[in-house]
Design a binder for this molecule. Structure first.
Ligand SMILES: *Cc1c(COP(=O)(O)O)cnc(C)c1O
Length: 410
């Protein structure tokens, strides 16, 4: 495909007007919305108002008058619409890692005598670390079994208490079949905890249709909530009142302002809250979610797949001869909204790309990762990014010493 064909795709793109809602730095091709989403242009004004009018003016009264107390539930309901969850089943707050710990504790209460936690080796390391901490803390015979992603379904046997899986692999974009895995787990008497970090806002998710038991996700990636914005968790409505999270803080208490010494869980999803939330971040997220108003996830998916396919085709045409290979599945149904490329000098190539105004990221050992956030990425961005990468590879510009230095965040 040539550049003018890409221009035509941009002209015909039903999501094209959405780009104007974002503050994208001039001249930057930002392909890292899967790591930190772009700032929606109206968010600074809204946050300024929360700081100056609410915090500055109303002070403590804001918990009631400006609805601060209700924000985690309100934001949760707005996210629920994007992941196929009913109102009252999602609450925003904390981080994925913390929420996962809460859900491991909840799922363990449904485990009976089963003691295997099943995951796969494509899972995000933090998820595996949290499971290890949980296993060691409860010290009750739990084993964490880690298999290859394609072996998960066969490994679901009657020893498995619950499986903990990330739907879209953070490196390869390989996607688990949420419906099939959940159905198999249930048939074997196991529960499933889904991590939607690379799903929410990237692909259509239907937790209710899949019958998923539990889920977590973050909001600073495709949902554009800002650095460290609150994560979310989902608990299927029929399970909410029969499990009790292990982090029993006052925000999950039935009557937090009764200040009684004994913990009593709130009914429903509220019991999965723990302590006071970062209201400024929560307000920024609440504002950021406005860009999703009226967006149909089917359109998002269609554009996402078209962007990914264009990228893959152009990379194979122009970069493969330099040893760049595309990872992850080619069938569109089996992938998410990012593409990782392998190259022995992937880190240096990515540094050279960033210096040339194309921002992606690097995942060890050799993956250059590019996210295609459909609300603001253009087909011409994809075309230009590959042209710049091909130039870097053709000239071996990545071999300059300054591109070999490693920084703390890759
Ligand atoms: C980004 C990401 C996380 C982040 O976890 P936090 O605890 O919110 O920092 C977790 N899981 C996956 C799969 C991710 O991609």
């Amino acid at each position: 495909m040539n550049r003018s064909e890409c221009e035509a795709l941009d002209r015909d793109d039903p999501l094209a007007p959405k780009r104007g809602a974002f503050a994208i730095p001039e001249g930057l091709i930002y392909l890292d919305g899967n790591s930190l989403g772009v700032l929606p242009a109206h968010v600074p004004g809204r946050v300024r108002d929360v700081v100056e009018t609410q915090w500055g003016g109303s002070l403590i009264r804001s918990w009631n008058e400006h609805g601060w107390l209700a924000l985690p539930r309100r934001v949760g309901d707005r996210i629920a619409r994007l992941i196929g969850a009913p109102a009252g089943s999602v609450v925003a707050g904390d981080t994925i890692s913390v929420n996962l710990f809460k859900l491991l504790g909840a799922a363990a209460q449904l485990a009976g005598p089963r003691r295997v936690i099943l995951s796969d080796d494509g899972n995000f390391p933090s998820d595996l670390y949290v499971a290890q901490g949980f296993r060691d803390l409860v010290d009750d015979g739990y084993a964490l079994e880690i298999v290859a992603p394609e072996e998960v379904v066969d490994a679901l046997d009657e020893r498995v208490a619950f499986t903990m899986l990330t739907e879209v692999d953070y490196r390869t974009a390989r996607r688990h079949d949420m419906r099939a895995v959940t159905a198999k787990a249930h048939a074997r008497g196991a529960r499933v905890i889904w991590d939607l970090a690379h799903s929410a806002g990237a692909i259509p998710v239907d937790l209710a249709a899949a019958g998923a038991d539990f889920a977590v996700g973050c909001t600073y990636k495709y949902l554009n909530g800002g650095p460290g914005s609150p994560a979310f968790l989902y608990v299927r409505p029929d399970l909410q009142d029969i499990v009790r999270p292990p982090l029993t803080g006052w925000w999950g208490h039935a009557e937090p302002f009764a200040f009684t010494p004994d913990y009593r869980p709130a009914p429903g999803i509220d019991r999965f809250q723990c302590g006071t939330q970062p209201i400024l971040s929560m307000a920024a997220l609440d504002a950021a979610l406005d860009v999703w108003d009226g967006v149909v996830m089917r359109d998002v998916r269609e554009k996402s797949l078209a962007l990914c396919s264009l990228f893959i085709d152009l990379v194979e045409e122009r970069c493969a001869r330099h040893g760049v290979t595309v990872t992850g599945p080619r069938e569109t149904a089996a992938r998410g909204s990012h593409v990782s490329l392998r190259h022995p000098q992937g880190h240096a190539v990515m540094q050279a790309l960033i210096a040339s105004g194309v921002v992606g990221d690097f995942r060890a050992p050799d993956m250059m990762r590019f996210g295609f956030a459909p609300l603001y990425t253009r087909f011409t961005d994809v075309f230009d990014a590959v042209a710049i990468m091909a130039g870097i590879l053709d000239t071996r510009r990545w071999d300059e010493p300054r591109y070999h230095a490693r920084r703390a965040v890759t």
